[in-house]
Design a protein around this ligand. Structure first.
Ligand SMILES: [Zn+2]
Length: 158
């Protein structure tokens, strides 16, 4: 019988880090046991997936996003509302709409459903608003990448 061996050859494969939302890279593969190992360049987490895509976190632990954002993002910063708000079938518009430019002032808490809540300023008024619906305006800022990763994490891993 002819046996096919794969050895070290595998396709470039990426996944989402369930700790921080950044891209993870496939760094190892065990053909015999059907295990693949992914590492996150951003936070250093290591995951092992089995043949059935069950994931085991080998390194890294669940992030306290409220604390992390408070410590790692720079406030205030300019943001833009990046998700449609409210009921799309309703004629009524809320005070905050998709595409509005806002100033994100600080983290004010965390909600079970909406995640990290921030205080934003739109015009002369301040509101509490979910951070997952906001993108940073300056694409070159550290805030932009941190927030982008958080939004990917929020949409996929929460
Ligand atoms: Zn990560």
């Amino acid at each position: 019988m002819h046996v096919i061996e794969f050895k070290d050859e595998f396709d470039e494969d990426t996944g989402i880090c369930s700790i921080c939302g950044a891209d993870t890279n496939l760094t190892g593969w065990n053909e015999e046991k059907g295990l693949s190992r992914f590492e996150c360049e951003s936070c250093g987490a290591i995951f092992i997936y089995d043949e059935d895509y069950n994931k085991t976190i080998v390194k890294g632990e669940k992030r306290n996003w409220e604390k992390f954002m408070t410590e790692n993002m720079t406030f205030p910063f300019n943001g833009v509302i990046a998700e449609a708000q409210g009921n799309i079938f309703s004629e009524e518009k809320g005070p905050i709409n998709y595409g509005d430019k806002v100033i994100v002032k600080k983290v004010v808490g965390e909600d079970d459903l909406y995640g990290v809540i921030v205080e934003i300023k739109l015009g002369k008024k301040s509101y509490d608003f979910p951070l997952c619906d906001i993108a940073a305006l300056d694409e070159k800022s550290a805030n932009y990448k941190i927030l982008d990763n958080y939004r990917v994490w929020f949409a996929n891993c929460q």
